[in-house]
Design a protein around this ligand. Sequence first.
Ligand code: NDP
Length: 280
Amino acid sequence: MIAPVAGVIGWPVHHSRSPLIHRYWLRQLGIDGDYVPIAVRPGEATGFFSNFSTSEYVGANVTVPHKETAFESVDIVESAAEALGAVNTIWLDADGRLAGTNTDAAGFLANLDVTIPDWSEQGKTAVVLGAGGAARAVVWALLQRGFDPVIIVNRSGERARNLADRFGKRINCVDWPNVGEYLRQAQLLVNATSLGMSGQPPLMLDISGLRDDAIVTDLVYAPLETGLLLNARARGLRTVDGLGMLLHQAVPGFEKWFGARPEVTRELRDLVITDLAGPP
Ligand code: NDP
């Protein structure tokens, strides 16, 4: 039998930590297989997906800038991808048809569930900073968990309103200058912007108004200890970093391609943290 090979499709793709994660699981589970970066130029993505069933791969993750093209290219779309209009995981079904899902929302929820098991029982008001692809997954995930309202704060008001239009009445859009009064109501604050990431401007946000029982999570994982998380911890608030989401969103794909459900372990987390500390 030929050893199964999966990969991550993106452009550029060399910075992806997915090969490190999946190869760790392949070793842990003693599976004879591989997971490789697959560089696909923007103009070549449609052709790549149409020929996928005859490629050497059993499936793949899809990253920037191909998630929307993957969504348009798959034969079968699971509900999470349908809701988000983007596919980040593809595989061939028993009939050789290309199927796709999106695991970002599930990864976001799993990270919180594992870190603070009762996080979604403590109240249902959330403030989400950002309205890009990651924020879209977060907002949808929070709606699935019954959050109401979900307050979106974004630099581009139009992008925030597009998200609200997509997901309905439980979303409120708020401008940055007014965020303070909404922070007072929130049980959960999520940074889903790229602010605070290495090489990006810092996130300037006064969190003094947050409730004492609020939970703060940041999707940015490079650096792992963002300014937001440091400030929140200094205030005695519970925090959840973004690395767990990256690890948990990888689980469903691995299970589909290699037939075993992998675990997000402390050892894997440490492996990725060490890698993030090295050259990009
Ligand atoms: P997008 O490019 O789709 O969105 C970027 C968001 O950041 C937008 O809301 C944008 O606002 C905002 N933003 C960027 N620069 C500024 C600025 N100077 N001032 C104010 N707002 C700004 O990116 P993604 O949604 O894909 O990713 C967002 C972050 O989440 C990234 O840091 C990414 O690494 C992280 N991420 C982490 C994951 C994980 O597993 N932990 C998974 C996915 C993403 P505007 O709309 O106005 O441009």
